[in-house]
Design a binder for this molecule. Structure first.
Ligand code: PLP
Length: 416
């Protein structure tokens, strides 16, 4: 599409390029999206990791419309509440790996991150340790682009040029639990509020955790009284075969941030699962207010869409399906592992995977070329770091997974 007249400023985009050439999506159904010429493409990324239940689910549309007719929106500050927000919070709490967890609702993942980071600092202030303000995270991490998320993110390009970031944040090596221990020794556990980590690192290039890594960092946090926040914004709602991602590794973090798959993207929603002991100072003692929130926290129409989405994930057993399809997806990507332009294939953890190119191929501009070629072949994949990533809707079939592998093979051959 030529859109030289566009007024739409795209996130993370070089508008100099995009203003004269963009890709306009007009329709979607199941695992397929359609461009403005009517051509269809396999949605190999579930949009931005979120279309878990697939596109065009009228059940979700109807649930949202019915709720809009009854009560489109009303705020939930102070003592105000509404039935869908209550029902969703109860359901998410029960599905979470933390018994008795409380649910703070936001409008997306970045807002969830800022909520969790502020809550971590407030929690320690309420517990009489206000000096616990440092927030640690991993190099290469992505935690959204709000204030806290920008500051604790580990992709340096996302911080450059934004001036003073939130102080008392710091990075540890992305795959080495010992580096967390070293940072704690250096800063002092008594000054650290929380450690944030994505169970599977997403935007930083799609890196599944090394065996034992997540268990080790959870243990180090517990030993040092540091809150462990699992950022499951991409890993939740079946993406790695479990509801909140971290249960796959048997973990019970102090907080879990979520978004994306909670509504499969039909309406914007995120939130924080807060373990009972973290909520306790605010819930069990009078006058301790978490002075934080946004107009659309607990939006009833969004909550109704989320409930309908969770119904689909449960009824169609899509959480388990991700488990079943993990190997076929990994096999499809591995079919190009020996290609001379491929450095590494990563995945094997739910419906996520990536093909990293060699330094030579990257230098020759292979990543954007390959992404465009694969799109020409009818499959949507996404450049992340040095790799092209896939994360299809959980309703994908094995045959459709085969189309992804085939497009990678043909696309790579065309690079030469
Ligand atoms: N955390 C992680 C791990 C993410 O991948 C993302 C977005 O991709 C976010 C947070 C931010 O979520 P949002 O884009 O909804 O603000």
């Amino acid at each position: 599409m030529s859109s030289s007249q566009t007024a739409l400023w795209h996130p993370f985009a070089d508008m100099f390029e995009v203003k004269s050439s963009s890709f306009c999506v007009t329709k979607a159904e199941g695992v397929w999206i359609y461009d403005d010429s009517g051509r269809r493409y396999l949605d190999g990324t579930a949009s931005l990791w979120y279309a878990n239940a697939g596109h065009g689910r009228t059940e979700i549309v109807e649930a949202a419309a019915a709720q809009m007719r009854e009560l489109e929106s009303y705020f939930v500050f102070n003592d105000y509440t509404n039935p869908p927000a209550e029902a969703l919070a109860t359901r998410l709490s029960e599905l979470s790996p933390m018994p008795g967890a409380k649910i703070f609702l936001t409008t997306g993942g970045g807002e969830a991150i800022d909520t969790a980071a502020k809550l971590a600092r407030q929690y320690w202030a309420q517990r009489g340790q206000p000096q616990r303000t440092h927030i640690l995270s991993r190099g290469n991490a992505y935690h959204g682009t709000n204030g806290m998320g920008t500051s604790i993110g580990g992709i340096e390009a996302n911080q450059a040029g934004f001036g003073q970031l939130v102080p008392e944040t710091g990075r540890v090596a992305h795959d080495d639990a010992e580096s967390l221990r070293e940072a704690i020794d250096r800063i002092g556990a008594e000054k650290i509020a929380a450690f944030f980590a994505e169970p599977v690192m997403g935007a930083g290039g799609l890196h599944p955790p090394e065996p034992g890594y997540l268990e080790a960092i959870a243990k180090i946090c517990a030993e040092n009284g540091i809150l462990f926040v699992a950022d499951s914004v991409i890993c939740g709602f079946g993406r790695v075969g479990t509801w909140f991602g971290v249960e796959r590794w048997g973990l019970q973090p102090d907080m879990i941030t979520f978004a994306k798959g909670v509504t499969s993207g039909y309406l914007p929603l995120g939130g924080v699962v807060v373990a009972e002991h973290v909520a306790e100072p605010f819930w069990e003692e009078p006058g301790r207010v978490f002075r934080h929130g946004a107009t659309y926290s607990g939006h009833p129409t969004v909550a109704a869409a989320a409930m309908a989405n969770l119904d689909i994930l449960e009824r169609e057993k899509l959480i388990q399906r991700s488990d079943e399809l993990e190997q076929p997806l990994h096999d499809a990507l591995n079919s190009v592992a020996d290609h001379p332009a491929v450095a590494e294939v990563r995945g094997g953890v739910g419906l996520l995977g990536a093909v990293e190119l060699t330094a030579e191929a990257l230098q020759a501009g292979g990543l954007p070329k390959l992404q465009k070629k694969i799109r020409e072949l009818g499959v949507i994949v996404r450049p992340l770091g040095k790799a092209l990533a896939v994360s299809p809707p959980l309703i994908i079939t094995e045959d459709e997974i085969g189309l992804i592998g085939k497009a990678f093979a043909e696309g790579l051959d065309s690079l030469a």
